[in-house]
Design a protein around this ligand. Structure first.
Ligand SMILES: [Zn+2]
Ligand SMILES: [Zn+2]
Length: 364
């Protein structure tokens, strides 16, 4: 195939021009349904990805509850954690051909000219739009992705596991790019969802000596996975004092790094209590409610409170290499697989925490 020539495929039948998709059609509670919609066509710089697997994200539960905190079009196809195969390639695409195994970022577009875009951190662009919110997402047979946000997927990584590279990238960005876990560090991870369980693994790969993972009583299954993945200790923070557990694990010094992958005021308070003087807290989980307590202890400890959001190209490449090398495992996080039409069951795995996450498979 000639580089630079569009690789488009005419529809062979009316049926091929349509696809089933999980659509969020109104900004209100329980307004998600499977619809038959037009199959997207790639623009000149786009790749049309035939989705092979798409994972559920906690933010999609907010969509089910009728809430979004990013620019969203309605109706929109949900889904931003996905992998697949290039099915069609626009004429200006370089480096991808039909049939390539791919995994895609969540960014649909960024301005390209603001200071963070120019510096490569387009994930922080104020005008960034996200796949599955402002552009149609991957809970469908096909998703259209700009080629600059696509990555080649090694054949050794199954599509299902590849659909979890996105939360791995969130963890990598937090613990490698934003705060740096150093060999020997004691690390606390609050919240054992997919991002928290990847934080545990990234911290261990970075050389953490002990990683303590906490969750709530209903996180029991997820805390078991944390233990299987090598957590030094797992704590049900509703039954045990997580701050005391971290103090004990760190010889009374406190955690060198705390990753808050939960988000509410309570875990920020715990983070400040358990971080060591001059230690670092990276806040990954969102908590829209006011926190309601003094931050003076953060100041008196001289500790760092660091925000983080998303990931960029180099983080994706590093995450893919970590999975390929077997240094990080995604399969223990996949608790169930469902056909697209049974999306609600997959959402329930996340909502009721019967597992870590679930993966959807497209249907014809
Ligand atoms: Zn997500
Ligand atoms: Zn920008």
């Amino acid at each position: 195939m000639v580089e630079g020539a569009a690789q488009l495929r005419p529809f062979e039948s009316d049926k091929e021009a349509k696809m089933k998709a999980v659509v969020w059609y109104r900004e209100a509670k329980n307004c998600i349904e499977v619809r038959e919609i037009e199959r997207p066509r790639p623009g000149p710089g786009d790749v049309l990805v035939e989705v092979k697997a798409a994972a559920i994200c906690g933010t999609e539960l907010h969509a089910q509850d009728g809430e979004t905190n990013v620019p969203t079009k309605f109706p929109v196809v949900l889904g931003h954690e996905y992998s697949g195969v290039a099915a069609e390639v626009g004429g200006e695409v370089r480096g991808f051909s039909v049939g390539d195994r791919v995994v895609g970022e969540t960014t649909a577009s960024a301005c390209g000219v603001c200071p963070v875009c120019r510096g490569g951190e387009y994930n922080l662009c104020r005008n960034r739009l996200i796949i599955g919110y402002a552009a149609d997402g991957a809970f469908a047979k096909y998703v259209r992705v700009p080629h600059r946000f696509l990555h080649h997927l090694p054949s050794s990584i199954p599509f299902e596991e590849a659909s979890l590279i996105e939360p791995l990238c969130v963890a990598y960005n937090a613990l490698v790019e934003k705060v740096t876990v150093k060999p020997g560090d004691v690390v606390a991870v609050l919240g054992p969802g997919p991002i928290g369980l990847f934080c545990l693994q990234v911290a261990k790969v970075a050389g953490a000596s002990r990683v303590i993972v906490s969750g709530l009583a209903d996180d029991r299954r997820r805390l078991e996975v944390a233990r299987e993945l090598g957590a030094y200790r797992v704590v049900n923070s509703e039954a045990e004092d997580i701050v005391a557990a971290v103090m004990e694990a760190s010889g009374g010094r406190g955690a060198d790094v705390v990753a808050d992958a939960a988000g509410p005021a309570e875990t920020l308070w715990q983070s400040i209590e358990m971080v060591r003087p001059s230690g670092k807290i990276v806040k990954i989980g969102w908590g829209p409610k006011p926190v309601g307590f003094s931050l003076d202890k953060l100041l008196s400890k001289g500790a760092t409170l660091q925000g983080t959001l998303g990931h960029n190209w180099k983080v994706w490449e590093a995450a893919i290499r970590l999975l390929e090398a077997g240094l990080i495992k995604a399969s223990p996080l996949i608790s169930a697989e469902y056909p697209l039409t049974e999306w609600a069951k997959a959402f329930d795995v996340m909502r009721y925490k019967s597992g870590v996450t679930a993966v959807l498979k497209p249907v014809d």
